[in-house]
Design a protein. Structure first.
Length: 397
């Protein structure tokens, strides 16, 4: 998959319609509380402006479900972007319509306008053809730099590509590059580290990684279902009864393929997650009745670290404990530090895993942190992402 990027097309003097992911958290006063997603788009935004193009930005924010809701306005994001660029960003009141067309027609080279929340129109998530055409009429070239929405076939990610030359932004280009390498030709040994709460969410990923990973390490709440099917007592820890047959099948398939699945051998447990007053470390892999696993124990930390130290490629998706609570964060923290110090190519799935490496101040030590939790998961499952598939292919020379 060799997709055309913004670097492969001439945008000078053109109207560049760019899909960004400015779905940022806001407080009650409508202030942006985390501007990481806006910062992640800066390289592409600056590239477009330096080429002397007219930049039309579009994004969604939250789930207004096709209604105009002021609390979901993109105005706060436009304000933050304006400060980051030290340049005015003209905020429009809608994303389609005569007033929007007129504002775009008056743009000079190097200007930026920000369209209002795409999801104020239900046609966006319906991937409505007419709405896609309206959006496309605002640009000469379409750039997708919103990896976090690439797994959705919406008007602003897939629909517009039918009417404009469509290329990836620098952020999406980087995401494609790293994930393609993992899926087609990862440097071995390749360790796939999996955590998080639910087995059900990760089954397709585990199955797809079986043919690629040297070792699969499983921690977090999802590990307890695998342990239970191995006849290990898990106390009151999270157990997905409906996943028993699936977990058994995965363990059998791994044995058949010669892929080692590494599970925790001790745990940090408590009898009450909220109170957290009675916390202890188990001697071995069993958890006594009435206790809940909330983190991996010290023996497991050492075991996982040994596996990670030997790796040349590491993909990490999902924390291995309730890392938001400092008392249950040691496992996730130790693995984050180990991966940060490793010479391996390290790819961090978005969402909670990205939040964890940020919390422990090692984000800049990772090779790549994905900006899309759901999108990165689907990519690793081997699914085709509509927003990526719709981009133009680079011509082979």
């Amino acid at each position: 998959m060799n997709k055309k990027s913004i670097k492969d097309t001439d945008i000078t003097g053109k109207r560049v319609l760019t899909r960004v992911d400015f779905n940022v958290p806001l407080d009650k006063q409508q202030n942006v509380t985390d501007d990481n997603r806006i910062r992640a788009a800066l390289p592409t935004i600056k590239f477009i402006l330096e080429k002397g193009a007219k930049l039309i930005l579009m994004s969604h924010l939250g789930r207004p479900k096709g209604e105009v809701k002021p609390e979901y306005s993109l105005k706060p994001a436009a304000t933050v972007l304006s400060k980051l660029l030290s340049k005015p960003v003209k905020m429009l009141d809608d994303c389609i319509g005569p007033a929007v067309k007129e504002a775009v027609s008056k743009m000079s080279d190097g200007d930026i306008v920000m369209l209002e929340n795409l999801r104020f129109h239900k046609e966006e998530t319906d991937n409505d053809q007419g709405f896609s055409k309206e959006l496309a009429s605002l640009g000469d070239v379409f750039v997708n730099d919103a990896f976090g929405t690439c797994h959705r076939a919406h008007a602003s990610t897939e629909g517009v590509t039918h009417y404009l030359e469509s290329v990836s932004g620098l952020l999406v280009e980087k995401e494609i590059e790293y994930f393609q390498k993992i899926l087609t030709n990862p440097d071995k040994p390749f360790v796939f580290l999996l955590g998080g709460a639910k087995v059900a969410d990760k089954i397709p990923v585990i199955e797809n990684m079986m043919d690629k990973a040297s070792i699969i390490i499983i921690g977090g709440a999802m590990a307890y279902t695998f342990m239970k099917v191995n006849n290990v007592d898990i106390g009151s820890s999270r157990f997905e009864q409906e996943m028993v047959d699936t977990a058994k099948a995965i363990l059998a398939k791994a044995r058949e393929k010669g892929v080692e699945i590494v599970l925790p051998i001790d745990h940090v447990v408590t009898d009450n997650i909220e109170a957290g007053s009675n916390i202890k470390i188990t001697d071995g892999e069993s958890i006594e009745k009435g206790f809940i696993g909330v983190d991996i124990g010290p023996k497991t930390i050492n075991l996982f670290i040994e596996e990670l130290k030997a790796a040349k490629t590491i993909v990490w998706n999902g924390p291995v404990g309730i890392f938001e609570n400092d008392r249950f964060a040691n496992g996730t923290k130790a693995l984050a530090y180990t991966i940060a110090e490793s010479d391996a190519v390290s790819v961090i799935g978005g969402g909670d895993t990205a939040a964890a490496v940020a919390k422990f101040n090692v984000a800049d030590k990772m090779s790549h942190i994905s900006t899309g939790g759901g999108a990165s998961l689907e990519y690793l499952e081997g699914k085709v992402l509509p927003g990526v598939a719709a981009l133009a292919e680079k011509k082979e020379i």
